[in-house]
Design a protein around this ligand. Structure first.
Ligand SMILES: NC(=O)c1ccc[n+]([C@@H]2O[C@H](COP(=O)([O-])OP(=O)(O)OC[C@H]3O[C@@H](n4cnc5c(N)ncnc54)[C@H](OP(=O)(O)O)[C@@H]3O)[C@@H](O)[C@H]2O)c1
Length: 392
């Protein structure tokens, strides 16, 4: 009964999300910006801050400015050594790029010819198979092991990147877990509730250990509209709520210390992504870092829904396609991610992007974040508690 109710509420939440999209889609399309995969609202691009020197330049210029050609990464994938033959291309690390939006985003960046992509994943075989399925040229990407559910794995990954003297031009914090049917929290290797551990703390440590390499780079977080209880989608229970972060400080399963609820844990972790984006923008954008987030849309066919019931996974995309007409494909979401990574029109640091439609004709525009995510004191407090928890 409880599970059924939760499923129904989740379904309503997603529908509300789509309806909210419809309500928010008021800006008409503008011509696709040069070098962009998607369209950009003129007002947003006009407000864009200047890009970091050497990192966000148009592709042709960037080729001469970025030199990673000598970097060699050794990957244990299938027991063979892979060379990151960047050849003057820019380098983008995407976490969780073994499926879904991350893999599709990698495909677009790699196919542009301007980027070499590091697929930072916990399963080599899955990433390799996924890249092959999408027809990615093996010379355009490198698969590396990163399990965000283990702080040791994060440290090892960073050590490998540093040893290879790779200075990433972009990092996409994309990986996430959502366990909607769990009654008890799963734990990471370090004992954190998994949604907060993987979606936030693993990324927090990753970014901090790579901070020297990222000073002039673009850092992108993947957000969700349901992080915001002020939005129609976000009003559907369980709502995101971090409170004063006391539960997190005590390493309880829920950030605000309430009883474990898996979908709330996921939403809360996505609020943390926005808080982290805003705090990083405050601390590092003046030095040249461009840090932003995007809500790619409701992507009902992505593997993120793998733990939902069969009837939901079968029916929801159909409902979106024919009833709300708001089905955003995984491919389109990947295109949007690639744009936030690479387009000079989406180089406004501190911005949370969204699009005003479901297909490639949609236009990027700035989105609001939740009241909790706007609170600067909470941004700072999350940073401090997270630093303590991951030991930096
Ligand atoms: N789908 C939507 O409607 C939607 C909407 C808004 C935002 N988003 C966000 O989009 C991002 C991508 O989600 P998606 O829809 O593309 O789902 P997805 O295909 O499930 O992608 C999530 C990825 O995270 C990886 N991952 C999970 N645990 C990990 C760990 N411990 N270490 C490293 N990687 C790990 C998964 O790897 P494995 O393959 O090994 O499991 C998977 O590749 C997420 O941040 C999600 O919150 C999705």
């Amino acid at each position: 009964m409880v599970r059924g109710t939760a499923s129904a509420l989740s379904a309503v939440a997603c529908v509300a999300c789509l309806l909210h999209n419809v309500a928010g889609f008021v800006v008409g399309p503008t011509p696709t910006a040069r070098g962009s995969f998607t369209r950009v609202n003129r007002a947003s691009s006009a407000a864009a801050v200047s890009r970091a020197p050497g990192t966000l330049a148009p592709a042709a210029a960037a080729r001469t400015q970025v030199g990673h050609a000598s970097a060699v990464l050794r990957s244990s994938s299938a027991g063979r050594e892979m060379t990151m033959a960047a050849g003057g291309k820019k380098t983008c690390i995407i976490t969780g790029a073994s499926s879904g939006i991350g893999l599709e985003g990698a495909k677009f960046l790699a196919a542009s010819g301007d980027w070499h992509v590091i697929l930072a994943v916990r399963s080599f075989a899955k990433a390799e198979a996924g890249a092959k399925d999408l027809g990615m040229d093996p010379s355009t990407y490198t698969v590396m092991n990163l399990d965000l559910a283990s702080l040791n794995s994060v440290r090892n990954f960073v050590a490998e990147i540093k040893a290879a003297k790779v200075k990433p031009d972009a990092l996409v914090c994309n990986a996430a877990v959502w366990h909607p049917k769990d009654k008890k929290p799963r734990r990471t290797a370090d004992g954190f509730e998994e949604a907060i551990g993987v979606n936030h703390l693993g990324h927090f440590l990753l970014v901090n250990l790579l901070m020297d390499e990222l000073k002039q780079s673009r850092v992108v977080f993947i957000g969700t509209e349901t992080h915001n209880p002020g939005s129609i989608a976000g009003k559907i229970p369980p709502q995101a709520h971090l409170g004063d972060l006391d539960g997190l400080a005590k390493n309880e399963p829920m950030i605000d210390g309430v009883k474990y609820e898996p979908t709330k844990a996921y939403k809360d972790s996505k609020v943390c992504n926005v808080l982290m984006m805003r705090e990083m923008n405050k601390r590092y954008s003046s030095g040249g870092m461009v840090v932003s987030a995007l809500f790619p849309g409701c992507i009902a066919e992505s593997p993120l829904f793998r733990e939902k019931r069969g009837w939901f996974r079968a029916g929801f995309p159909v409902f979106q396609k024919f009833v709300t007409r708001q089905l955003v494909s995984v491919e389109e979401a990947g295109r949007r991610m690639a744009d936030v990574v690479s387009s000079d029109k989406l180089s406004s640091s501190g911005t949370y992007w969204r699009w005003n439609g479901q297909d490639a004709e949609a236009t990027a525009r700035e989105n609001v974040v939740s009241d909790e995510a706007m609170d600067e004191a909470r941004c700072e407090k999350l940073w401090q508690i997270s630093s303590d928890l991951v030991g930096i």
